[in-house]
Design a binder for this molecule. Structure first.
Ligand code: SF4
Length: 364
């Protein structure tokens, strides 16, 4: 089982972000950490299963104070045997931690830090509403190396309005020079309920599939020529540095989500915590959990999810997930050089890897 903890606080809100998050506001971080610790004790005990990975996402978990981080990890250590864990990831933003805090991450058992840098071009960072400078981002990577974090990921984004091919190439080059173990290169998506989505609706921003493909292939070629393995549509890793938590998720492992808005999928049931920090705290303090809506996942929905997520990975999917018409289409994709079929496993290759969403839609 995978364990996810959602920390909803951010210093400021990025206009493209659809995650549940807010500035600290009236909900005190102390009350939140108390509630999260209580929920962890209650729900981990209920599952009766030791998690294989822990992922602290958000929001900006690196914003938490050293004492809140310590309190949270101490309470997790009471519920979980950390020696059994394969990976402990903490999402971080540049300039939200210094050398002392990075050393604390390591001391608390964090093995992987995922740093949201997005770009090294100042005008692109301004479009994205990011508050860090390129130099602060670079310094943050150096701090993590110095602290001995074994797995460092840098998140980057492409196809951003105003971002040229040369901006994207310089960003990738500077990221590679910082020697991270892993780079995630995401195509900007316009998610509902974001300021970017509204700009798209008003025609002030435009999607461009040609630019998406050009930027995707630029990243692919540059990262592969610098020793990275392309193991998932948006993810590249040096040998031995793949994200164990994310791989588990893409391969359909059960996951327990704690914190406001966090989703849990165990067996055929999917549930979601209340996406409201104040109500989350109140409910956890009363009931020990903050579960909101729950749904049954039928086998057909599971099959569709496994195809959509599995095709994104270099491990691909078993052909047995496909119906007869889709198997025949997969064979055609293989003859077109977009896919590879080996021992009943279908993987996307070449241009097929950039076309994962339309191909998955065809096969489903
Ligand atoms: S992108 Fe990250 S830093 Fe920006 S609002 Fe979303 S969670 Fe916060």
């Amino acid at each position: 089982m995978l364990l996810y903890l959602h920390i909803p606080f951010c210093h400021r809100i990025c206009p493209y972000c659809s995650f549940y998050k807010h500035t600290p506001g009236p909900s005190s971080a102390g009350d939140f950490i108390n509630a999260l610790s209580r929920e962890a004790k209650h729900r981990i005990a209920q599952t009766n299963e030791a998690p294989r990975t822990i992922y602290l996402g958000g929001g900006t978990p690196s914003m938490l104070s050293p004492s809140h981080l310590t309190q949270l990890f101490e309470s997790l250590q009471e519920s979980i045997d950390f020696s059994k864990l394969d990976e402990v990831t903490l999402e971080a933003n540049p300039a939200t931690f210094d050398a002392k805090k990075a050393a604390l991450f390591r001391e608390l058992g964090v093995t992987r830090v995922s740093l949201g840098i997005q770009s090294f071009a100042p005008h692109v960072l301004a479009t994205l509403g990011r508050e860090h400078s390129p130099d602060e981002a670079a310094r943050s990577v150096e701090i993590l190396h110095d602290a001995g974090i074994p797995h460092i990921n840098i998140d980057l984004m492409f196809s951003i309005p105003g971002q040229t091919k040369s901006d994207w190439e310089s960003t990738l080059t500077r990221a590679i020079e910082l020697k991270p173990h892993h780079i995630s290169a995401y195509n900007l998506t316009y998610e509902e309920d974001t300021a970017f989505f509204e700009s798209l609706q008003r025609g002030e921003m435009r999607e461009n599939e040609d630019i998406d493909a050009e930027h995707f292939h630029l990243a692919h070629d540059l990262l592969l020529s610098n020793g990275f393995d392309h193991y998932e549509t948006s993810n590249y890793a040096q040998a031995g540095h793949q994200s164990s938590h994310n791989l588990g998720y893409w391969q359909g492992e059960d996951y327990l989500g704690l914190g406001p808005s966090a989703v849990t999928t165990i067996g055929n049931t999917r549930s979601k915590n209340i996406p409201d920090t104040a109500r989350y705290i109140e409910q956890v303090n009363t009931l020990g959990h903050a579960l909101g809506e729950a749904e049954h996942i039928d086998p057909e929905s599971r099959r569709i999810e496994r195809i959509a997520l599995g095709l994104r990975t270099r491990m691909g999917i078993p052909m047995s997930l496909l119906d007869t018409a889709a198997r025949s289409r997969a064979t055609t994709l293989a003859t077109e050089g977009l896919a590879h079929i080996d021992h009943d496993t279908l993987t996307l290759v070449g241009r097929g890897r950039a076309l994962v969403d339309p191909i998955a839609a065809e096969l489903i």
